[in-house]
Ligand binder design. Structure first.
Ligand code: NAP
Length: 332
C-alpha cells in the first residue's frame, strides 16, 4: 500500500508558499510487536507551525528539511500489535502529515467518539481549549465585572477565550477581520461587542467606545498595531496575556511597534508570554471544566473543516488570510 506524506521542502521566507511543501509516496512497513498502524482522520493546522518551519531558536525545535511536518492529529487504529490499543480505537497525538503511519503508542491519547465529536479533541477539548482556558485563568485571572479584549477573537483560541470569560462574568470584546466574524461573535458566541479591524480607521478610539471603563484583561493572539491600540485603553493592574502574534509571524524585518514600557509602568500592568505546555499539570482540571461547559451548552465551538489530504498545505496557508472561523481542520 502506498501512502502520501507531506515534507517541509523549503524554509518559508515571509508568507509561506505551496512550494515550501513537498508530497511524496512511501510504502507502509510491516508492524512489529508493540506497534499500531494509524489512519489519519483529522489534521489540525495551527499558526505556531509557521515558527517551526523557520530555524530560529524557539521553545520547540524547528522542523527538519525533507522530513514530514507534524501537528495535532486524530487517527483511527486500523491494525494493532500493541496491547494498549485495539483496531477501531481513535487516538490523538502529535503525528506526521501522512495518510497512514506506524506508532509505538508513545504520546498517543485514546479518545472517545461517543463522548464528543472526534474533531473537538483537536479544538475545544484539545490544545486550543487548553490554551484558551489556562492562558485566561492562570495569567488573566478574570474577575466578575471586568472587561476583556481578545484579538484573533473569531479564531480557534479566541472564540473559546471569549465564551469562558462570559461564563466567568466578564464583559467581552472581540477583534476580528471580517463583518461576518463580528456578527458570529456577537450572535452565536455571546460577545458583548466586536470590532472589524480591517474596516476600522482608529482602533484605539473604537475600543474606547465599546470599553468606556477601560480594559482589565487583553488576550493577545495577533500582536502588531491591533495590540498597540489596546494598550491605550488598559486599566490599572491590567493583565495582558501574550498568547501569539500572528500578524508578525511572516515578517522578514523587525516589526515597528510602540514601546510598551510606559503603558505598563503607568498602569502597574502585567504583560506575560504564555506557552500552553508550561501548564501540563493543569491539563486534566482544564479539560474537566471545558467538558462540563461543553455538555451544559455553556461553550459552543466553531470549526472550518476542509476535505482531503492534498488540501493540508493550502489550508495551513489560509490561516494567514483569515479564511477560518473557529478551529481550522482538514478531514481526511
Ligand atoms: P486562529 O486564530 O484560528 O487562526 C488564525 C487567525 O488569525 C485567522 O483566522 C485571522 O483571523 C487571524 N489573522 C491572520 N493574519 C492576521 C493579521 N495579520 N492580523 C490580525 N489577525 C490575523 O489560530 P489559533 O490556533 O486560534 O491561534 C491564535 C494565536 O494563538 C496564534 O497567534 C497562535 O500562534 C497562538 N497560540 C499560542 C499557543 C501558546 O501556547 N502560546 C497555543 C495555541 C495558539 P482574522 O480574519 O480575524 O484576521
Amino acid at each position: 500500500m502506498t501512502n502520501k506524506t507531506i515534507l517541509l521542502n523549503k524554509r518559508p521566507v515571509g508568507k509561506p508558499q505551496l512550494s515550501d511543501f513537498k508530497f511524496i509516496s512511501t510504502e507502509i512497513e510491516e508492524l512489529i510487536k508493540g506497534e499500531v498502524l494509524l489512519k489519519t482522520t483529522y489534521v489540525s493546522v495551527d499558526p505556531y507551525l509557521r515558527g517551526r518551519m523557520s530555524d530560529a531558536k524557539s521553545y520547540v525545535p524547528p522542523f527538519e528539511l525533507n522530513k514530514p511536518i507534524t501537528s495535532g492529529i486524530v487517527a483511527e487504529v486500523v491494525e494493532s500489535k500493541n496491547k494498549e490499543f485495539k483496531k477501531g480505537d481513535y487516538v490523538s497525538g502529535m503525528l506526521a502529515w501522512k495518510e497512514y503511519q506506524k506508532s509505538n503508542g508513545e504520546g498517543l491519547l485514546k479518545i472517545d467518539a461517543s463522548k464528543a465529536p472526534l474533531s473537538t479533541y483537536l479544538g475545544v477539548l484539545g490544545m486550543t481549549g487548553l490554551t484558551a482556558y489556562l492562558g485566561l485563568t492562570e495569567i488573566g485571572k478574570p474577575k466578575r465585572g471586568e472587561t476583556i479584549v481578545i484579538s484573533g477573537a473569531a479564531g480557534a483560541v479566541g472564540s473559546i477565550v471569549g465564551q469562558i470569560a462570559k461564563n466567568l462574568g466578564c464583559k467581552v470584546i472581540g477583534i476580528a477581520g471580517t463583518d461576518d466574524k463580528v456578527t458570529m461573535l456577537k450572535s452565536s458566541l455571546r460577545f458583548d461587542a466586536a470590532i472589524n479591524y480591517n474596516t476600522t480607521k482608529n482602533m484605539a478610539e473604537a475600543i474606547k467606545e465599546v470599553a468606556p471603563n477601560g480594559v482589565d484583561i487583553y488576550f493577545d493572539n495577533v500582536g502588531g498595531p491591533i495590540s498597540d491600540a489596546v494598550l491605550f485603553n488598559i486599566n490599572k493592574f491590567a493583565r495582558i496575556i501574550i498568547c501569539g502574534a500572528i500578524s508578525i509571524y511572516n515578517n522578514t524585518e523587525l516589526p515597528q511597534s510602540i514601546s510598551v514600557q510606559p503603558f505598563l509602568v503607568k498602569n502597574s500592568a502585567l504583560m506575560q508570554g504564555f506557552i500552553v505546555s508550561n501548564y501540563a499539570e493543569k491539563f486534566p482540571e482544564a479539560i474537566q471544566q471545558l467538558s462540563k461547559w461543553l455538555a451544559a451548552g455553556k461553550i459552543t465551538y466553531a470549526e472550518t473543516v476542509v476535505q482531503g489530504f492534498d488540501k493540508i498545505p493550502q489550508t495551513f496557508l489560509d490561516l494567514f488570510d483569515g479564511k477560518n472561523s473557529g478551529k481550522m481542520l482538514i478531514k481526511i
